[in-house]
Design a protein around this ligand. Structure first.
Ligand code: ADP
Length: 398
């Protein structure tokens, strides 16, 4: 990557396209922003430079934009405003790479069709992830595109960790544990060697706690087990997702309560988790500020489930050297980190309350006491940089 070379990272969801721009060999962040309110309301574009200063804004009246129109706008906007920078690659965050994609992948029409065939595995995310790839192929076919999969990091897991206790005829249809948030865990693993070289060969459990939340056991920087499975609804309770649930509950909802697939899906993905339990909000800040006992219950349940999963992942690792917090809640909630660490005292984890009180999104920090047998760290998530690194490496290789 020459000093004027840039990589654009695209993270497309159902109603927004987030983008970030990195440049030069060090992949320095230069610009980030989003187009939001796709399909509904007034579509809005905002961009900020590396110092957080506004670097672009537009509001659309009338019909909201779709993914293709938003990408067409972004490509046009980039053409006008990125003079001097040469976009070497566009890296995309893609939720699912199936069993096949165990690393970043150059995207062309044929790969795109293969990925589209995986849609039943992630119907709520994959079509939105792929729409911008299709748009760039059509509007700027000369720009190399790279797909980075949230599942890829977990393909290293041993077969036992990926298995459900189901007959082979079902497993062969791709029904197994995949795991998600892999780009966040890969970034954390890459940073472990920088911030704590002694942990490089160690046993680490990382907790990515955002609106979506999961935990991952890593040995020597490779995924060994994770709380998310076939879909991103398994494991921890999340903002609006229920997390691990006895599958018998789903049968009961259908059989006894007469719910159809759409209603069950809505319940498990949009009406459960912190929102469902509290009846108040999916947002941790709102719950922490509330004195409603249901808000307390939602937080307590999250802390309890994190503790249970920590025990399980520690067993998969045969012991624990460090616990890492990441994601919006993991980086910002002093109280949640303290509660989780208190519950993990049985593992030999001793919290440094003062270090915990000042740790935050501004940087990596250790929050365990110097004599703690198990270390605890806060590592701000940076999936975008991980994608930029992959995209840059792949186009440089070519
Ligand atoms: P996403 O998974 O959508 O990327 P984030 O990683 O941004 O989400 O995490 C969002 C969560 O982080 C929300 O529950 C939000 O309340 C929580 N959060 C953000 N800032 C704080 C804070 N200062 N204290 C507690 N929770 C916070």
């Amino acid at each position: 990557m020459a000093p004027n070379d840039a990589v654009v990272v695209i993270n497309a969801g159902s109603s927004s396209i987030k983008f970030s721009l990195f440049h030069g060999a060090a992949l320095v962040p230069a610009l980030k922003g989003k187009v939001e309110n796709l399909y509904a309301g007034r579509t809005r574009f905002t961009a900020f430079d590396a110092a957080g200063r506004p670097a672009g804004e537009r509001l659309w009246d009338g019909t909201p934009l779709d993914h293709e129109q938003a990408m067409a706008f972004l490509i046009d906007h980039a053409g006008e405003h990125l003079q001097g920078l040469h976009v070497r690659a566009v890296g995309h965050r893609i939720v699912h790479g199936g069993a096949r994609y165990s690393g970043p992948q150059r995207l062309d029409g044929a790969v795109l069709e293969e990925l589209a065939a995986l849609t039943p595995l992630a119907p709520l995310h994959l079509p939105h992830n792929l729409a911008p790839v299709r748009a760039v192929l059509a509007l700027a076919p000369q720009v190399p595109q790279v797909g980075c999969f949230d599942t890829a990091f977990h393909t290293a897991q041993p077969p036992l960790a990926q298995a459900f206790a189901l007959p082979p005829a079902i497993t062969e249809r791709g029904i197994r544990r995949y795991g998600f948030h892999g780009l966040s865990y890969e970034y954390i693993a890459s940073r472990v060697t920088d911030f704590a070289p002694h942990l490089a060969g160690g046993r680490v459990v990382a907790a990515h706690l955002g609106n979506g939340a999961s935990m991952c056991a890593m040995r020597s920087g490779r995924s060994v087990a994770s709380t998310m499975g076939f879909t991103a609804v398994d494991g921890l309770p999340m903002g609006t997702r229920c997390g691990a649930l006895d599958p018998g509950v789903v049968l009961y909802l259908i059989d006894e309560l007469g719910m159809d697939v759409a209603a069950v899906q809505r319940l498990l993905y949009q009406e459960s988790g912190l929102l469902g339990v509290s009846g108040l909000s999916a947002d941790m800040r709102t719950l922490e500020a509330s004195d409603d006992p249901r808000a307390r219950l939602a937080i307590d349940l999250l802390v309890y489930r994190i503790g249970r999963e920590l025990g399980s992942l520690t067993a998969a690792l045969g012991g624990l050297d460090a616990l890492v917090f990441s994601g919006g809640i993991g980086e910002n909630s002093v109280a949640l980190r303290a509660a989780v660490c208190r519950d993990a005292a049985w593992l030999g984890l001793a919290l440094d309350e003062e270090a915990n009180a000042v740790a935050g999104a501004s940087g990596i920090s250790r929050i365990s006491a110097p004599a703690s047998k198990v270390e605890a760290w806060v590592v701000p998530a940076n999936e975008e940089l991980m994608i930029a690194r992959h995209a840059a490496a792949l186009v440089e290789e070519a």
